[in-house]
Ligand binder design. Structure first.
Ligand code: NAD
Length: 308
């Protein structure tokens, strides 16, 4: 643990009190941090207040007097608009000089770099720290943080991240956290489609789910999509397949993350074939009823399209 007390971090403006943000803010408060919250949706503010997060009425009010502005937003467009301000002053203008702008949302790598440039140009500091671990990890304080920040800024943000997460990886400078996240989630999407195709093929070849699991989970096909989030019910009792694909990690979020991967692939000119295909497959899955289902539910689509 970093040897800094919560009071050393100063006030944290926590913006975006949704599925992830609210429990993260609650954990910070429980650990003794001075947090003030804000969300554009009144119901989210009410829920956060009910959970013990003191909230203010505007983003500007939250940022004024903050030493850290922590954002947990749905998209990079929303983040950049909030930084710059739309029809009024933005967060960058409202915060005192040298505020740490810590964004934990999952956004485009290029947007993360742009956000950092804007923050630095306005006389602030910046870090991107997207997460993995979902709502369960947010509630339990066991998230993994992928951090893109200057070395000198780490000591300022580590005490907070240690409260909200269990594994913290400093991936490099600004944008490196988002870069790591997009690479990981592209692989995750591809591996889940592969796992689901393998289980459907096993069914057609007369293998039991358990027999195939016992082999793959200890053989060279082993991956998280099989050993933890197994797309068939039975072998891993905690996987979403055992509860009719209730997320877990929703298809809408996988489609979003693969869209970000697609942007990054195009931006960098990587000759990937499976990443774009996975993006297309999960976009269709999300658009056709899978948005609110766990992404391992892709197996039902594969079964549905297969011959009897
Ligand atoms: P969410 O939609 O539940 O929460 C986002 C919140 O931001 C909403 O309450 C929304 O009203 C608020 N918001 C939007 N614009 C705002 C603004 N200008 N000012 C203040 N608040 C604003 O989403 P979530 O599931 O909490 O996810 C948040 C981020 O974390 C996303 O980028 C997502 O991709 C990422 N993420 C989510 C999960 C997950 O399992 N839910 C897992 C890993 C990463």
């Amino acid at each position: 643990m970093t040897e800094t007390s919560p009071s050393d971090s100063g006030r944290i403006a926590f913006l975006g009190l949704g599925h992830m943000g609210e429990p993260m803010a609650v954990n910070l408060i429980k650990a003794g941090f001075d947090v003030v919250g804000f969300d554009v949706v009144p119901a989210a503010v009410e829920a956060a207040r009910g959970a013990g997060v003191p909230c203010v009425d505007t983003a500007v009010e939250a940022a004024t007097g903050a030493e850290i502005v922590l954002t947990m937003f749905p998209s990079g467009e929303i983040l950049l608009d909030a930084y710059r301000g739309v029809d009024g002053p933005g967060l960058l203008e409202s915060a005192p000089a040298n505020t740490m702008f810590l964004d934990c949302s999952t956004i485009d790598v290029a947007q993360a770099r742009e956000a950092a440039e804007l923050a630095l140009a306005a006389g602030h500091r910046s870090a991107d720290a997207p997460v993995s671990g979902g709502v369960v990890g947010a509630e339990a304080g066991t998230l993994t943080f992928m951090i893109g920040a200057e070395d000198a800024d780490l000591e300022h943000i580590m005490p907070l991240l240690e409260v909200m997460g269990r594994k913290l990886v400093h991936c490099g400078g600004h944008g490196a956290g988002q870069a790591a996240k997009v690479c990981n989630n592209m692989l995750l999407g591809i591996s889940m489609i592969g796992a689901a195709e393998a289980f459907v093929l096993g069914e057609k070849l007369g293998l039991s789910h358990q027999a195939l699991f016992d082999v793959i989970s200890t053989a060279s096909g082993q991956c998280w999509s099989v050993t933890t989030n197994c797309p068939v019910p039975g072998p891993v009792p905690t996987s979403p397949a055992n509860r009719d694909y209730t997320p877990g990690f929703a298809g809408a979020l996988m489609a979003k993350d693969l869209g970000l991967a697609l942007n990054a692939l195009e931006h960098t000119g990587v000759a990937a074939q499976l990443g774009p295909l996975a993006a297309q497959i999960y976009r269709k899955f999300a658009d056709e009823g899978g948005a609110g289902r766990d992404f391992s539910g892709i197996i039902t689509d594969i079964r549905g399209r297969s011959q009897d």
